[in-house]
Structures are given as C-alpha cells and as structure tokens.
Write a protein that binds this ligand. Structure first.
Ligand SMILES: *Cc1c(COP(=O)(O)O)cnc(C)c1O
Length: 414
C-alpha cells in the first residue's frame, strides 16, 4: 500500500484489510465512522474476522494433533483474550495478572501454562490453586512449589522450560541458546528432573522457546526439530511420561520493507513428521506450539489523528495525537536496532493519487517519537487519520503510556 521511494523495497501488501471510497474498511466499517463510534483518537482496533481467518489458515496448514496456544503477552486486552479462548487450545501466561485474565476468559486451566524468569511465590501459589501448568525455570521454583503443594494439598503441575543448546537462526529476538535468564540450561535439566521427582511435583513435559519474530520457515523447522530431539534425549531422565511437548513458536509477521509473509506449508510438513514420530516416541504427549504476534499482530491497527502539518527546511511533518507513548514498537524503540517504518497509510484517503514524502511524528517532546520517517503517503491535512498496520501485538500494553502525561489509548475489538 505504501512504498518508501520508487527504488526501495516495499512493504508486504496489507491485504487483510481493504478500502472503499477512500476509506479503510475495518470489520465492514469505514474508518471515519469507526473513529466516530470510538469517540476519540488515538485508538487501537482489532478485527475479529482477521484473527479468525488467520487461525483458520494456520489450522489447515498444521496437523490436527498439534495444539495451538496463544501467548497472551502479545495482546492482553481482556475482550480479545476472551475471543481467543474460544479459538485456540490453550493460553500461555507470563504473570499472575495475565493468569487472572486467562481464567476470566474461561480457558480450561488444564491448557493454561505459565512461564517467566521471575515468578513470585504468590504467583506460584495462585497457579497451583488454579490447577495450571507451570514452566519451571529454576531449582528454587521446585522447592517453593513443593511447599505450596503440601500446604494446599494439590498437585503442582510442572513442565521444564529448557534453555536449549542452540539458537533460532534469523530470529528478531533470541530467547534461547547461550547464557539466558529464561529456562534452565539443557545440561542442568537431568539434575532438575531428578529434583522434581524427589520433591513429588507432577512432571508433565517440556517447554522450549528459541526466539521470536522469525520469517524464515527453514529456521523455524530446524529449531522445532532440534527442540524435539533435545526433549527426546531429556525425557530419559524424566520421573514420568511426557504429556505436553511445547515446541515454542517464533512465527513472525512482515513489518518492514522487503519482508514477506511466512510460508506455512513447510512448517506444517515438518510438524507433521514430528507429530508422526511423537506417536511412537512420546505416545502420551500433545505437541503444542505457542504463538503471540502471528495470531493477532496483523489483525490490529493503530489510528491517530493529524493535529498539525508543517515544513521544516524542506521536510514535511505531520504531527499526530499519539506516538511512542501508545505505540513504542512502531517508533522503533522496542527491540529494534535500526529504525524502520511500519506499514502506514492515511486511512481516509486510501484512493488518493496525490501523494508526498512526509514524516509522521507524535506529540511527545523527544526526537524518538517518530511513526513514519520520510515515507510516501497520500497528501494529508489536519483532521485526517493516520493508520499504522501490523499493530495487533506488542502495542498498547508494551508502550510507556504515562510518559509525558497524555491521555491513554483506547482499544476496541470489532
Ligand atoms: C513472548 C513469548 C511468546 C510469543 O512470542 P511471539 O513473537 O509474539 O509469537 C511465546 N512464548 C514465550 C515463552 C514468550 O516469552
């Protein structure tokens, strides 16, 4: 929909949405009407239909026996988590707060898992009482859980989060391999498993998560295969059979110019082979993959209104009413090394042929508050609506909303 210049690579087509009579259409509603319905800008809108089709597409590419979990830190909006609970097989939480939202959403506790490097004793207690699966990430957690389990007279259901001895190649954010605060190093896992048995915890499986935001299917397949092999080797030390084998996720979405959507077919093939092996090698286990941004990222937009337009020494600035305070990722300050533009458009001038190179900046008094840096966009003026695509994950909850004291952002699920 937008390109940076005629020679630069372009963004992937944002064809999860379409336009009519200049308006971006979101869940059947023209953008200006949607903005009126919300009653304010800026806002995030998440399209149920787009999430639904993404999950359907994924289900048809993956073997039926592979369970699909939603990693809710990507988007913890309670209404959205409630919607997801009806579409996925389970939810992965990373705090006591997320656990509450997942339980409120009606998720079966059997299919909720809890990971995170710094779990508080109070969070572990809630988790045991709820009956969810806890991904153990240290020796200390075993002792705390054994005490809680005795006190509550309830089993502590645990899986071991393994810090693998390999990395996810081409991953935007590595979360395994080398020294890491996540999980327990593969070489320490046999001892950890023995301790789990001694302390009488209920061992249910392994969790391996190598990294995030990967657009290379071959790397994802390789990581899943290596994770499977590692789990198979470690299972020999387990006190009881493996019931869950969580192979992680890491499926990326195209954010930046030149990036393309992931090819699911080879990932589906690879998982099918692993699922076939698992029937023999892990006869009691469900294979699980956990995805955050891939499920919801492309279904969300951030909408912010142009307040002002000015030219500084030849460069045109559109100044909008929200910025990095609501959307840190689009400003390039959430895990990016070199700032690149998200796909952006003017949502009420979709069919305009009059375009220009502009920078879209937020209202904050910091030069970091950039939403689009010298991008070719339809010519726009104050009152028009800037839309940032690929905003359904790591948006509102991953942004410093208190910074500079502007009003918070509204989120809607439509
Ligand atoms: C963050 C996280 C995810 C989700 O990552 P995405 O890139 O959003 O898919 C999955 N599993 C674990 C353990 C995580 O920490």
């Amino acid at each position: 929909m937008t390109t940076q210049s005629n020679t630069a690579p372009s963004h992937a087509a944002m064809n999860q949405f379409h336009a009519e009579a200049n308006q971006l259409i979101v869940a059947g509603m023209p953008l200006e009407r949607l903005a009126a319905r919300v009653g304010q800008t800026p806002f995030y809108a998440y399209d149920r239909g787009a999430i639904h089709s993404r999950i359907a597409e994924l289900r048809s590419a993956l073997p039926d026996t592979v369970k699909l979990h939603f990693a809710m830190k990507a988007n913890p909006m309670p209404a959205l988590v409630g919607f997801m609970a009806g579409l996925v097989d389970g939810i992965d939480v990373a705090s006591g707060g997320e656990l509450k939202i997942a339980l409120d959403a009606g998720t079966n506790p059997q299919e909720i898992s809890f990971a995170g490097p710094g779990k508080q004793d109070s969070e572990l207690r809630k988790a045991v009482a709820a009956g969810i699966l806890i991904n153990i990430e240290s020796f200390r957690e075993i002792d705390v859980l054994a005490e809680i389990s005795n006190e509550l007279k309830l089993p502590a259901r645990v899986a071991v989060r393994v810090n693998p001895d390999f990395e996810l190649k081409g991953s935007g954010m590595k979360m395994g391999g080398g020294p890491k605060q996540f999980g327990v190093d593969a070489e320490q896992v046999p001892e950890l498993l023995a301790r789990i048995g001694e302390r009488g915890l209920s061992f249910e499986g392994f969790h391996l998560f190598a990294g995030s935001q990967n657009l290379k299917a071959e790397s994802i397949c390789e990581a899943q295969q290596k994770s499977y092999e590692l789990a198979l080797a470690l299972a020999q030390h387990a006190p009881s059979p493996v019931l869950f084998l969580n192979l992680g996720g890491g499926f990326g979405i195209p954010y930046f110019p030149g990036e393309q959507r992931l090819d699911l077919s080879s990932i589906g093939e690879n998982l099918k082979q692993l699922a076939d092996r698992a029937k023999l090698e892990f006869p009691q286990a469900s294979l699980v993959i956990e995805l955050g941004r891939y499920l919801v990222g492309e279904a969300g937009i951030y909408v912010t209104k142009i307040l002002d337009r000015k030219i500084s020494r030849g460069q045109t600035y559109l100044i909008v009413d929200g910025g990095l305070n609501h959307h840190l990722s689009a400003s390039g300050n959430f895990g990016q090394i070199i700032r690149k533009n998200y796909p952006v458009t003017i949502g009420n001038r979709m069919n305009s042929t009059d375009d220009e190179i502009v920078s879209v900046v937020g209202p904050l008094c910091t030069p970091l508050d950039i939403l689009a840096d010298r991008m070719r966009l339809p010519a726009a003026r104050p009152g028009d609506l800037v839309v940032i695509f690929q905003s359904g994950a790591y948006g509102a909850s991953a942004s410093p909303q208190g910074f500079l004291g502007h009003p918070g952002v509204i989120e809607i699920l439509i």
